[in-house]
Structure formats: C-alpha cells, structure tokens
Design a protein around this ligand. Structure first.
Ligand code: 5AD
Length: 362
C-alpha cells in the first residue's frame, strides 16, 4: 500500500464527492494491507480520513448532533431475514406490540426531553393496518406539530406509503441491506426481493418523504464489491439519510456462527459516505455503540451527525433483539440524556433541540 496514494484518494473524495471503484476498494480493503504496513500506520491514515470527513460535516452541519427518539413499537415480523433476531422463524423471541396510547406516551416523554423527531420502528406486522398506522401518525402530528415523524416499518404498497404521508409522516427509513442480487439472496428467503425493496425506496422518494437507506457492514458473505455496489446504489437513490452499522450475530438465527462486522471498516465507510454525500444525515447507530463502548462517539468523529436514543418502554425494550447484546440502556430519562449530552460535548459536538431536517435535497 502506498500511503501517498491513499491520501490522494481522500483528496479526490473530498473534492469530487466521488472516486473510481479501484480507489474506493483500496480504502475498503485496508485491513488486508495492515500486515505489510503495521497497525500504527493504518491508524494514522484512518485518522486522516476521519478528519477529512469531519471537515465536510462541519462545513454543512457545524458541530450539531441531531437526536431521534426511537420507538420500537412491535417486534412481530412476517419476514424471515437470516441475520435478524426478530425474524418470524425465531420461535424463542418473546413478542410484543405497543398500543397507540403507549406510543403517544413515549412521544410526550421524549418531547419533554428535547426530542423533535420520533422514529416509529417495527417489524412487518400485519396487526397494524394502514388505518391504525394513520391514526397513530395523525395523533402524533396533532400533539407535536413541530416534530418530524419518521416511519421504519418495512415494505408496503405505494398507496399505503401515501396514506401515512398524508396523515403526517415526513420521513421513512428502509435500509436496502445490500444492493447486489446474489448477496441479497444469501441473506433473505425466496419470498423477499431486492427489486421490491428498491421499488419501495423510489416510491417513498416520489411521494415526498425524506428517505433513508443503508446496509450492514460485514454482513455474512459480503464482499468488497458488494460494498462498492451499495455506494453506487446510494448515488443513484440520493437518499437524505444513510444508516450503516456493523453486522452483529444473533444466536437464534441461521447465521449464529458468523462473525461480527468490524468497527474500523464501519468507521471508514461512515467517512467515505460523508465525503460522497456531504448533506446526508448519518446516524452513529446503536449497532456501532454495541460493538464498542465508545462506538457512537467514534462514529461522530468519523462523520456521523445523528444519534438515536431509545424511547421504547423499559419493560419491552429487551425484547427488540435484532442482534446479540444490543444496548438497550437507552438514554430515555433526563439523567440519561444529560449524560449523552456530556459525552458528545467531550467528543467536540453539541446535541441540539431541532427537527434536524436534511440541509439540502439532492
Ligand atoms: N446486526 C446488525 N444489524 C442488524 N439489523 C438487523 N439484524 C441485524 C444484525 N444481526 C439491521 C438491519 C435492519 C435494521 C433495523 O437493523 O439493517 O434494517
């Protein structure tokens, strides 16, 4: 590995918000080169990448960190994704659903704590018909007119997405998971399709949602080429939010023996995303905070500008186990949020009370 070449690629990314596949590959596959160059050299090189990303992040978003109140409202799911702990095939999972009142209580508590975005995330659960979702969304909209409502509940018909939007939802998170057909097939049963997932994302954009896509880093069978395809797909979609986090194994899945994704590759990809998509909202995800105690702070330093503390009621929070050891301490009470503020301030950023909309549409 030529250090100089690696540095030049950072410059190209910062200037052009793009790079050739081969150049991206060099940064993605950095670990393979570590033995030749030594860990120290890799780390100082990575530090340069993080700093370049941080510079871009500060140019667009300053030192602001947006918080999103995550409400995991159901862990029932009709899908059977091989990596996910709440897959329908996991008969050991204890299932729960939140009622409308519980969801509204979460929002009320979150509002008092300074949250101005609520994210309703759940499995694909047929119990919540479009009418029920619209009723919940419009009640939140009524009670919190100054807040953004984000939905993250999987693949639906375009018409359903339209109804939710009319009811007052503003944003939708739907990770594409992987943009490569062959890789997609290794992670999902035949009943699911990458084409439909992509269709959903484009429909959501067309309706007017701020849209979030994303993928897991180090998911089973993922190759460097798969990651390049993910970046290229994102360039095509031009999402407002991009969520990435390391794959973390879960015992009650067919992937129980698979290794976790790596912290440093996730951080490098966050930086690459910041350089390629300067205006994107990039969360330092829960999964990142799970594989390393300072994961989220490291994520912010590498270019992320969003954190999503958990507002789910304590008694069911542990049941939303997408993966092993998922942090669910939450920062839901006033004390927790103060602690988070302090940690983030120490990292050089500032939590703000703000909807935290994307600064510019592409
Ligand atoms: N490890 C990390 N992330 C996971 N997700 C699901 N299962 C896992 C896992 N085992 C992610 C998926 C999904 C999001 C809600 O959580 O990318 O879109």
């Amino acid at each position: 590995m030529q250090i100089q070449v690696m540095k030049e690629i950072i410059g190209i990314l910062a200037e052009q918000h793009n790079a050739e596949d081969d150049q991206l590959k060099k940064w993605i596959a950095l670990e393979g080169e570590t033995l030749k160059n030594g860990k120290e050299e890799q780390e100082s090189l990575e530090e340069e990448l993080f700093q370049a990303a941080d510079k871009v992040r500060r140019a667009v978003y300053g030192d602001e960190v947006y918080i999103r109140g995550l409400i995991e409202f159901t862990n029932y799911c009709r899908n059977d994704c091989y990596y996910c702990g709440i897959r329908c095939g996991n008969l050991q999972a204890a299932r729960y659903r939140l009622e409308k009142k519980e969801i509204l209580d979460c929002c009320r508590d979150g509002y008092r704590l300074g949250f101005r975005t609520f994210v309703l995330q759940g499995g694909e659960d047929g119990f919540y018909t479009d009418n029920i979702i619209c009723d919940i969304v419009s009640s939140i909209r009524e009670q919190h007119s100054d807040c953004a409502i984000t939905l993250s509940m999987g693949e639906k018909e375009k018409n359903s997405y339209k109804e939710y939007f009319k009811a007052g939802a503003n944003r939708y998170l739907l990770r594409h998971e992987t943009a490569s057909e062959d890789h997609y097939r290794k992670l999902h049963p035949d009943s699911m399709s990458l084409l439909n997932r992509k269709r959903c994302l484009f429909d959501l954009k067309e309706i007017g949602y701020q849209v979030g896509a994303g993928f897991m880093v180090g998911s089973p069978y993922q190759t460097t080429n798969n990651l390049i395809a993910d970046l290229r797909f994102l360039q095509e979609l031009k999402p407002d939010m991009i969520g990435i986090g390391p794959y973390i194994t879960h015992e009650q899945t067919p992937f129980a023996c698979m290794e976790n994704g790596s912290l440093s590759l996730t951080l490098r990809l966050l930086s690459i995303l910041r350089l390629m998509f300067p205006y994107a909202l990039l969360p330092a995800t829960t999964a990142l905070g799970t594989i390393h105690p300072d994961g989220r702070e490291l994520g912010l330093r590498a270019g992320a500008n969003v954190v999503m503390p958990n507002l789910t009621p304590r008694d069911v929070r542990e049941q939303y186990t997408l993966y092993k050891n998922k942090i669910c301490t939450g920062l839901e009470d006033a004390q927790g949020i103060e602690l988070l503020k302090k940690k983030i301030k120490q990292t050089g950023y500032r939590i703000v009370i703000d909807r935290g909309d994307v600064k510019k549409f592409y």
